[in-house]
Design a binder for this molecule. Sequence first.
Ligand code: HEC
Length: 126
Amino acid sequence: MLSLRPIQASAVVLALGLSTLALVAAAAEMPELEFNGNAEAGKAIAADRGKGNCLACHLIIGAESPGAIGPALIAMQTRYPSKEALARQIWDATVKAPEAAMPPFGKHEILSNQELVDVVEYVWSL
Ligand code: HEC
């Protein structure tokens, strides 16, 4: 058993806490991305119940069993000035709407950067 005096133990706990914070901070910001994704791959991710699962909450025209918790994903190019702006919404919806029920896909690393770029390519085409 590792025996630490209370002061040492709290130093260890503090160090662990700080390193966890650093990790979270590193993932919180969306990195520079190249928007050259694959729309077909993005479509599969959007429908995948274990990945994007966008259809659980969003209507996408032509897709099977869509949900109605979030707004319909339609005419995206009229509402977002760029793929990057759209990506930021998917990266972390809580920036614009702190109470948003939508999981922060990028920030919480639910999607990899490549998967995010693929989903953006697909949603941008809707
Ligand atoms: C658990 C439900 C849920 C899931 C899963 C979900 N969303 Fe959302 N989404 C929402 C809600 C709720 C909003 C509205 C947020 C707000 O209040 O601004 C939203 C908003 C959005 C918007 C902004 C829509 C607009 O009209 O500007 C986009 C784009 C979006 N989601 C894309 C996605 C994509 C892509 C996925 C899958 C990778 C996804 N969402 C998965 C619930 C969800």
